[in-house]
Write a protein that binds this ligand. Structure first.
Ligand code: GSH
Length: 210
């Protein structure tokens, strides 16, 4: 019998959704434990209390990039990374660019608009406006990349696509999405295609974020 696979962290999290989508793409059966960030349970599997964390038998991991890479290397199913060094480098570039630069600006719009405001918490409009301007620049970069193929690394759907799309989808639920996505037809087409994948649908609970 194969070792048990467990995913730790609430489905609402965009990073958890990416990892969940990768597991579904590969057809991996897994137990999904809906732990909240910084809960006692999550701190037991992630020293920083963030989501996601992951285990496969004795292997315990945190950081979505590490988890996605492990899933791609260990499990059968459709390849989610290019076979060649150049393609793999491009995929890693987009994973790192999203995690290092894009995530913070997207979250700085999404969290106040979709989490804080509905809870009656004040929103720093100036900070949201600055972040939204940065988001527009990130999306323009994606627009250019997506002019040469359906996915970020060209013809092949990869970890880079499933890592980025969930938080960009949340961005589309904010008022900033109108100007943010205006004219970006490649990004819009890409987002629709990624979100329509059965694996992403199974990983997705967008209603919880709106
Ligand atoms: N670098 C981490 C980031 C994880 C992360 O920031 N997750 C968010 C949810 S999408 C989280 O746990 N937020 C709670 C917090 O930051 O306190 C990864 O890639 O796994």
């Amino acid at each position: 019998m194969s070792a048990a696979v467990k995913l730790f962290g609430v489905s609402l999290s965009s990073y958890v959704r990416g990892v969940s989508a990768a597991l579904h793409e590969k057809g991996v059966e897994f137990e999904h434990l809906q732990f909240a960030p910084h809960s006692e349970e999550q701190l037991a599997v992630h020293p920083y209390g963030k989501v996601p964390a992951f285990s496969h038998g004795d292997v315990q991991l945190y950081e979505s990039l590490a988890i996605l890479d492990y899933i791609e290397r260990v499990f059968d199913g459709p390849a989610l990374a290019p076979p060649d060094a150049a393609g793999r480098g491009k995929m890693m570039q987009w994973l790192c660019a999203f995690n290092s630069y894009m995530y913070a600006d997207l979250a700085a719009v999404v969290i106040p608009r979709l989490i804080h405001a509905p809870q009656g918490q004040p929103v720093d409009e100036e900070a949201v406006a600055v972040a939204a301007k940065n988001v527009r620049r990130h999306l323009e970069l994606l627009e250019k990349a997506l002019a040469t193929g359906p996915y970020l690394v060209g013809e092949q759907y990869t970890l880079a696509d499933l890592n980025a799309a969930p938080l960009i989808q949340y961005f589309t639920f904010t008022p900033e999405a109108g100007p943010g996505l205006e004219g970006l037809t490649n990004v819009t087409r890409w987002l629709e295609a990624v979100l329509a994948r059965p694996a992403m649908q199974r990983a997705t609970q967008p209603a919880a974020a709106s």
